[in-house]
Ligand binder design. Structure first.
Ligand SMILES: Cc1cc2nc3c(=O)[nH]c(=O)nc-3n(C[C@H](O)[C@H](O)[C@H](O)COP(=O)(O)OP(=O)(O)OC[C@H]3O[C@@H](n4cnc5c(N)ncnc54)[C@H](O)[C@@H]3O)c2cc1C
Length: 519
């Protein structure tokens, strides 16, 4: 059964990027948010550390700009970084007006320092519940503004013709919705679920990249995945994050013998950029055959830790972990995707009427390594810019086209494939990569695609599997191509930066010769 709907704008995803874009677009017409779980379920809700923004009198946009560029390993897109640092404070003021209460001391905001920031500039709310505070306020706002939304509804495909987007196809309880619109905004979050060890929630399966790429959109920087140095090294799924702000407040990393090993690795020690700290931990774990290192919170003081990080404290208590003077077992986990659907400075993708914002998008802002706590700010700034594009559609109308839907195959698969993908990505396209492993991945994903490309879209698990295959293939191919080490992409067979050949972004679409076979 199929329902045909018409909305001026479709927004795919209800995290910070999707909702912020929807609020703006509502000024220019009707908006429908499609989201595959509950409204609040996504990375945004789980963000702990906070939002980096120039708000202190000691800080300047040029400092935030320089720190972002330095962390980004030489390939940040400067105009995008400027946009974020300059417009960020306005976006934060809006959030405060709408009801987000960032933590204060007296009349001043409390600010934390995180890795590779030169000074304290990270605002937080509810201690370490920043994302939940922001998401709750945004969800209330769409309800108050009567913006339509459909929960438990996953998008499987964009409706396109001749490189123009006309809408999207979605499913809820096996029912198919064909939704025509003037423009589509993809805000479907990251890809962490491609990895066995990740901090990302179950919805982060890269779907937006998958269906936008198949529709012909350019994708960029797919080799750059940020591994967070300190996820809780216990059997929770996804991995529970121990925010970088914990190190920002003074916690230090110790090895199994109680030695502070980051002192020998980087002058900024535990607050070096994430790629450096994650790789140092990974190398230490491998060379010493240990499953984790330890985060010693005693420099913060136990009472302050409990007050400053109530969510983390509660979790540690639930797991019977944190007693006075405790050390927390930590190890790296896939956390943030710097790559994604290529967008320009206004959030436009390479297909007409297609926009993207948030973690699914890639303006090149984060370069090869995102500066801590820049992603919530980036999402707000670029989602607002996407929303502003509504004014260009005011005098246009929604067009319906005839289109051919996907083939329905009777192929069946064993669900153990999903686990196999995660293990293979972890092993061959994880913190340390090399040619032979990446080539194995490409063969593996090509085989899977030929077997399962025709799986019907009326089952969400099929769409997720297809998305994981395409994302895994693209990540592996981009990582194989980049024969150097830069930011979060480290090749053991090419361990050095090569600015002469590789100070560039890789960008491909399905029309490129080598990738045409996917179509
Ligand atoms: C544990 C954790 C802590 C973090 N802490 C911080 C921090 O302190 N500061 C910071 O700046 N960043 C932090 N990040 C990163 C940051 O939270 C994310 O980059 C940001 O929230 C992404 O927002 P988003 O709107 O792009 O995606 P999300 O918030 O992930 O939302 C994606 C949405 O898309 C929907 N969706 C996905 N696929 C489909 C589909 N096929 N159809 C329909 N809907 C779909 C999902 O259901 C969800 O609603 C953290 C991330 C994690 C995981």
């Amino acid at each position: 059964m199929t329902d045909i709907l018409k909305y001026d704008y479709i927004v795919i995803g209800s995290g910070i990027a999707g909702i912020r874009a929807a609020i703006e677009l509502k000024k220019y017409g009707s908006v429908l948010i499609l989201t595959k779980s509950k409204l609040y379920e996504g990375s945004t809700f789980h963000a702990q550390g906070g939002v980096a923004v120039v708000i202190s009198s000691l800080d300047k946009p040029k400092f935030h700009f320089a720190d972002t560029i330095n962390a980004g390993a030489g390939i940040c897109q400067p105009d995008a970084v400027w946009r974020m640092v300059e417009e960020g404070p306005k976006r934060i003021e809006e959030l405060i007006d709408w009801g987000v209460s960032f933590d204060t001391k007296g009349k001043q905001f409390k600010l934390t320092k995180e890795g590779a920031h030169r000074l304290s500039r990270v605002l937080h709310a509810g201690g370490d519940a920043t994302g939940a505070n922001i998401e709750n306020v945004l969800v209330n706002k769409i309800k108050n503004e009567n913006i339509d939304y459909m929960e438990e509804t996953y998008v499987s495909k964009l409706i396109t013709q001749d490189n123009e987007v006309y809408g999207a196809i979605a499913y809820r309880d096996k029912k198919r919705f064909v939704i025509f619109s003037k423009a589509v905004v993809v805000a479907s979050g990251g890809i962490g679920q491609l990895y066995d060890v990740t901090t990302n929630p179950p919805v982060s399966t890269g779907d937006g990249i998958y269906f936008s790429f198949l529709a012909g959109a350019n994708v960029m920087d797919m080799e750059f995945i940020q591994f967070h140095p300190t996820s809780l090294a216990m059997d929770t799924y996804p991995k529970f994050l121990i925010s970088e702000a914990v190190r920002g407040e003074g916690a230090i990393l110790l090895d199994e013998n109680g030695n502070r090993f980051m002192e020998d690795i980087h002058p900024l020690k535990e607050l070096a950029s994430r790629d450096i700290v994650a790789r140092a931990i990974f190398n230490h774990m491998n060379s010493h055959h240990v499953k984790n290192v330890w985060l010693d919170i005693s420099p913060i003081g136990f009472d302050k830790f409990e007050k400053r990080f109530p969510t983390i404290y509660k979790k540690l208590m639930e797991l019977n972990l944190c007693l006075k003077g405790c050390k927390i077992p930590v190890s790296p986990a896939a956390h943030y995707f710097m790559g994604g659907i290529n967008i320009d400075i206004k959030g436009r993708a390479s297909l007409k009427n297609l926009f993207a914002a948030g973690e699914v998008s890639c303006s090149g802002l984060h370069g090869g390594n995102r500066l801590a706590s820049n992603s919530l700010l980036e999402s707000l700034v670029f989602a607002k810019l996407v929303g502003d594009s509504g004014k260009f559609y005011e005098n246009t109308s929604i067009r319906e086209i005839n289109f051919i839907d996907e083939p329905i195959s009777s192929a069946v698969y064993d669900e153990s494939i999903v686990k196999e993908i995660k293990v293979i990505m972890e092993r061959n396209a994880g913190i340390i990569r090399k040619e032979s492993d990446l080539k194995k991945n490409i063969v593996f994903f090509k085989d899977l695609w030929s077997s399962y490309r025709g799986l019907s879209d009326d089952n969400e698990k099929n769409v997720i599997l297809k998305s994981m295959i395409i994302n895994g293939l693209l990540i592996s191919q981009f990582a194989l191509n980049r024969k150097e080490s830069r930011g979060a992409h480290f090749r053991s067979d090419f361990p050095f930066l090569n600015d002469i050949k590789w100070k560039i972004h890789q960008k491909y679409s399905i029309y490129d010769e080598d990738l045409k076979w996917i179509k």
